[in-house]
Design a protein around this ligand. Sequence first.
Ligand SMILES: [Zn+2]
Length: 134
Amino acid sequence: MFEKEFIVTCDKTGVVICGCRCFEFRGCLCRHALVAFQLVGISSIPQRYILKRWTKEMRYRHSLDEYNMDDNNLLDESSCYSYLVHQTVKITEISASSNVAFNVAKEVIPMLLKRMLEVANANIVEQPSEEIRV
Ligand SMILES: [Zn+2]
């Protein structure tokens, strides 16, 4: 199998540049750069290549950010969907951070789902259907 070759430059200060430009495009180091680090004797990834978006710090900072949307913006289905995705991601991140938080989620989420199903089923009953009237 043909593999493309890339030129990698790496110095002992931990600055690496690879021709595949993986870090520049994806924000993570390629295998070429990791091998180059090994060859120059660098045994851990230099801090400059650990982007904040990959750290726990960023994950929690993001999850605690408020979703900037007031009730007036929740008029269309797309906005509602985005809002709900944001909220459920926050719930998931916080719930996965500790056993206590996970147990709270395990206790509360089934109640929320039950309530949502009640509302959804009530809406189905409230909406008259032409097929049922006939
Ligand atoms: Zn590379």
